[in-house]
Design a protein around this ligand. Structure first.
Ligand code: SF4
Length: 114
């Protein structure tokens, strides 16, 4: 069965096809080829979420992964973020959780909390 992917690396959104023999076509650049090869072997995604600020009432700081993480870890990381909390002040891009689940990826703040 032929598979089709829409490349999400850049806004051009090329349609990339993989045929039954594993031949990949339709990419415009090598980044697209690398994206599909990764999707076929170990798909990864960026994750955005929030973390509770323990010393501010009803306050959450928005966070994201410093780079993409394996798709099958997304739920596990979300569970970890639900349990986590930080104390204000929080600086923009501050590392809140380092090397989450040994992925070499950090959870960083995307908002400043004074
Ligand atoms: S294949 Fe290259 S040009 Fe096409 S969407 Fe992906 S990154 Fe952009």
């Amino acid at each position: 069965m032929e598979n089709e992917f829409i490349c999400i690396v850049c806004p051009k959104g090329c349609r990339i096809k993989v045929d039954n023999e594993g031949n990949i076509s339709g990419y415009t650049c090598l980044r697209g080829l690398n994206y599909v090869q990764e999707e076929l072997t170990c798909p990864k995604r960026m994750l955005t979420s929030t973390v509770k600020v323990s010393n501010r009432k009803d306050t959450y700081v928005s966070v994201k992964t410093s780079s993409s993480i394996p798709k099958d870890l997304l739920l596990k990381v979300m569970e970890e973020l639900k349990k986590a909390s930080v104390e204000a002040p929080v600086k923009m891009h501050q590392v809140l959780l380092k090397n989450i689940f040994d992925t070499n990826v950090d959870i960083i703040a995307t908002k400043e909390i004074k």
